[in-house]
Design a protein. Sequence first.
Length: 218
Amino acid sequence: MLQERILFLDGEAMVLDKPAGLPIDPPRDGAISLDNHLASLTFGFHRWPVAVHRLDRDTSGCLLLSRNPKAHARFQQAFEGGTVEKRYVAILDGVPAGEEGTIDLPLVKVSSVEAGWRMTGDARKGKSARTHWKLLRVLEGRALVEFRPETGRTHQIRVHALEGLGAAVAGDPFYGQAHAGGMMLHAQSLLVPRGTKEPVSAQAPWPDRFTALGFAEG
């Protein structure tokens, strides 16, 4: 029940702890998506909430939805203006060199008949993409890493982990190796400024699939 996964709610905004495996938009395979749940997330409003940004299907955590068109436009401007603070955590299949840093690697979409489409780094053709990272913990050849993206390119953290740090997100079916527990990428917290109003602020619970791999919160 998504109604039980609400992290923040007021007249303008809702932050949902999106479960891993739930796509935002209806997928080609016909699976249930967020769209199928919107009617149950009105909380007394006539309008259905609208997702302001996107999380990949297999990424869990903080997802912002707007509750009216004016708020939606303001939230989109905040994302486009780079004023939204986003914190992700991921378990990587490998350990990056160093303790922290910034990955500045422009990204471009490439496609082929054999492999389909994917994102990759390309300093000449790619769109600007920057991600700050910090090593949090190492366990049995895997690393728990914090990511704070400045930009919001498609698959940004997943590609920056692989091509910038040399270690794919554990369980990533596109850029690494699929895992029975799913992809280990979680949108941990979100802060969206609202001028003179209190910001939209939320933190998602620690995912059980991280704990199952030995990375408990703390």
